[in-house]
Design a protein around this ligand. Structure first.
Ligand code: GLP
Length: 265
C-alpha cells in the first residue's frame, strides 16, 4: 500500500485524476470502478477539465459504480445514478451503454439474481482495472458496513445509523434516507487490479489511521485493503494527521520518485 500525503484536497484530487488519466491512456477500453460521496468530486472535476482542455477521451471506457440506494429511481436527485450523471458523465464523452450503476429500483424479489448479473457484467469486461474508493466514517468502502464479510459479493446491505446520519445532509428530510443499499462486496472490490482511495479532512483522520495502521478486520472494511497487491491512498494533511508512520510514507513517496527517475535514465 502506498500512502501519498498532499497539502490539501485540491492536490489529492489532481494527483488521483492523473493516475486515472495515465491508465486510460495506456488502455482506452479500461474498466473504471467509481465511487460517490463528496470526496471523489474534485477528482471528477479534474477529469472533466482534462476532457475539455486536454482532449482526454473516455469514449471506450467502461464504468461500474460501487453502490446505489435500494428504493431510489435512477432519476431521483439523491440517487447515485443521478449523482454520477450530474458530476461526471454528462460532462465527458462516455458512451452511456458503457455505464453500469446498480439499479435502485430492482424489485426485492429479483435483487439476488440482479446482483449476480452485476457481478457477471464485471467479469465479462475482464474485471475492474482501477477502482476508486472513498471511505465512510465507520470505515466502510462502498456500503460495506462494519461486520460485512471480507469475502462478500454484490448484495443488499443494511446501512448503519452512523452512515444514515452522515448521508442525511443530502436529503431534505433525514427520514427519507433509505435503509438498504445494493453494494459491490468487499470481495468484489478486492478483485480490482488496482485500487485508489481518496480521503480528506479531519473527520476522516481517525478512521484512516485505523484502516491503514490497525489490524485487518471486518469491523473496518477498508482495512482489508492492506491485503491488496496494488493500492494507493491519497490523503490531505488533515486526513493523515493521526497516522503514526507519516514521516516514513513521505520518505517513501520521495524515494519512489527518485527510483522512477533512475529507471527511466
Ligand atoms: C457513502 C458511499 C461511500 C463513500 C462514503 C463517504 O457512504 N457509499 O462510497 O465513500 O459515502 O462519503 P464522503 O466522501 O462524502 O465522506
Amino acid at each position: 500500500m502506498q500512502v501519498v500525503i498532499k497539502a490539501n484536497y485540491d492536490e489529492i484530487s489532481k494527483e488521483a485524476a492523473l493516475t486515472v488519466k495515465q491508465r486510460l491512456m495506456e488502455k482506452p477500453s479500461f474498466v473504471l470502478g467509481l465511487a460517490t460521496g463528496s470526496t471523489p468530486l474534485g477528482l471528477y472535476k479534474e477529469l472533466i477539465r482534462m476532457h475539455k482542455e486536454e482532449g482526454l477521451s473516455f469514449s471506450h471506457m467502461v464504468t461500474f459504480n460501487l453502490d446505489e440506494y435500494l428504493g431510489l429511481a435512477p432519476d431521483h436527485p439523491q440517487s447515485y445514478n443521478f449523482f454520477m450523471w450530474e458530476n461526471l458523465f454528462k460532462h465527458i464523452n462516455i458512451n452511456p451503454r458503457n455505464v453500469y450503476i446498480p439499479d435502485g429500483k430492482v424489485k426485492p424479489v429479483d435483487v439476488e439474481e440482479y446482483c449476480e448479473w452485476y457481478e457477471s457484467r464485471i467479469k465479462k469486461f475482464g474485471g475492474i482495472d482501477l477502482q476508486i474508493l472513498g471511505i465512510g466514517r465507520d470505515g466502510h468502502i462502498g456500503f460495506n458496513e462494519p461486520g460485512s464479510s471480507l469475502g462478500s459479493r454484490t448484495r443488499v446491505k443494511t446501512l448503519t445509523e452512523e452512515t444514515m446520519q452522515d448521508n442525511a445532509r443530502f436529503f431534505k428530510d433525514p427520514s427519507e434516507v433509505p435503509t438498504y443499499s445494493i453494494t459491490m462486496g468487499v470481495g468484489t472490490v478486492m478483485e480490482a487490479k488496482e485500487i485508489l482511495m481518496v480521503a480528506s479532512g479531519k473527520n476522516k483522520a481517525q478512521v484512516i489511521a485505523t484502516a491503514i495502521e490497525g489490524g485487518v478486520t471486518a469491523q473496518v472494511t477498508a482495512s482489508v485493503l492492506q491485503l491488496h497487491k496494488k493500492v494507493t491512498v491519497f490523503l490531505d494533511e488533515e486526513a493523515a494527521s493521526l497516522l503514526k508512520r507519516k514521516k516514513y510514507y513521505n520518505f517513501v513517496a520521495e524515494a519512489v520518485k527518485k527510483f522512477q527517475a533512475i529507471k527511466e535514465s
